[in-house]
Design a protein around this ligand. Structure first.
Ligand code: PHE
Length: 380
């Protein structure tokens, strides 16, 4: 009997070692250790043996069973691990391979590239870059920038007003008598897609005490659409507030910008203009880089870029109107110190599309947003 146990154990050991799938191992478990298998039956029959044989046979059979259980467990685990390893190897995907067909690497959109270039210039001059919100309150977009109650830009035909989301009940009037929602008719609400980046002037002053030197790049919205206007466009706002700031500081800053963007030979000039939130206000021209400011080309014909003017209008600017400082609340906790008796400032707003248009000779602003790769691939 002992011999038979050893024989079974040796045979099972060999077969377990030779098994190559966990299914095969499971079959061996049933064959050698299952309920009807020989070894367990022997164990069950031990009680019927002669008393002097019971101990020896019982021990041998038990040992054999334990040994086989362990071997089966080990082999099954080994095979499972191997199978997993193989699955993982077969599964690898090289994410660095080019797609099919290989896709060219993208590039920065000409507007973003121009915006980054402008940010870099002003960072180099000591300005900090800030960003603002595109959905702005009427307070910051118009009121705090000195726009009178009848300023035309407030008209619902000149700006995109937005409804507040449902659940944010507002002080806006619902025209109950007429039985309709006045907002649906486009009547002004409290929220507007910002029409310029200037609302960030007051927000920046509220957040930081002077001296303040910031530029604010971002998207702005107006309902115009033609070759030189798109409903969404980009501006880079600038604001500097410090002691003893004059228009000469503004001119120097913008001259540095003009030379970097349009060439070292450029000059700038300021022309009187009007903005509600700057006083005095100016429009800033850069000398034409196509005809070097002469207004005509080498063959004597009129310069097509500046139309013979010798100058290109690039932005609006001015000295911060002292009244704007009164919209920067001075509380004990927040004492920014925008006292018009002590500080002065200048601000400008430049159109990114216009600057890129001049620089690259782009004839129609709408090209920027049509996503035609033949156009976009020429830049960046
Ligand atoms: N916000 C003005 C515009 O969009 C530009 C501007 C900015 C003018 C700052 C003066 C000072 O037209």
């Amino acid at each position: 009997m002992i011999e038979r146990i050893e024989q079974l154990r040796a045979q099972a050991q060999q077969e377990i070692a030779a098994a190559v799938t966990s299914d095969a191992v499971e079959q061996l478990r049933v064959r050698y250790l299952g309920r009807k298998a020989e070894l367990p039956q022997m164990l069950r029959g031990v009680a019927a043996l002669e008393p002097q044989q019971r101990g020896e046979v019982g021990r041998a059979a038990n040992e054999a069973r334990r040994a086989l259980e362990q071997l089966i467990g080990q082999r099954a685990a080994e095979l499972d691990a191997q199978a997993l390893e193989q699955r993982l190897l077969a599964d690898t995907a090289d994410v660095t391979l080019p797609g099919t067909p290989p896709q060219p690497v993208g590039r920065m959109h000409v507007i973003n590239a121009t915006m980054r270039e402008l940010e870099d210039i002003f960072l180099g001059l000591g300005f900090t870059v800030l960003e603002g919100q595109e959905v702005e309150t009427v307070h910051y977009n118009f009121d705090a920038l000195n726009h009178g109650p009848t300023h035309p830009a407030r008209a619902h035909t000149d700006s995109f007003y937005v409804r507040e989301p449902a659940g944010h009940a507002t002080k806006q009037t619902i025209d109950v008598k007429a039985g309709h929602d006045s907002m649906r008719l486009g009547a002004p609400t409290d929220l507007v897609l910002r029409t310029h980046t200037s609302p960030m002037q007051v927000r920046a002053m509220q957040a930081h005490p002077p001296p303040l030197y910031v530029v604010i790049p971002g998207r702005v919205y107006r309902p115009d659409s033609d070759a030189t206007h798109t409903p969404q466009f980009h501006q880079v706002e600038g604001l500097a507030v410090d002691e003893d700031i004059t228009l000469a500081d503004l001119k120097g800053t913008l001259l540095a910008f003009a030379k970097t963007v349009f060439g070292d030979e450029r000059d700038v000039r300021l022309r009187p203009h009007f903005f509600p939130f700057t006083e005095p206000s100016v429009e800033v021209d850069v000398s034409c880089f196509h005809c070097s400011g002469k207004g005509f080309q080498a063959d004597g014909s009129r310069c097509p870029l500046c139309k013979g003017e010798g100058w290109l209008e690039v932005l609006g600017a001015g000295e911060v109107d002292p009244n704007v400082y009164s919209y920067v609340p001075t509380t004990e906790r927040n004492a920014p110190g925008y006292d018009p008796e002590k500080v002065q400032g200048y601000a400008w707003g430049m159109g990114v599309e216009r600057i890129a248009m001049l620089k690259h000779g782009i004839p129609d602003l709408r090209l920027y947003f049509e996503n035609d790769l033949r156009f976009l691939e020429q830049f960046g």
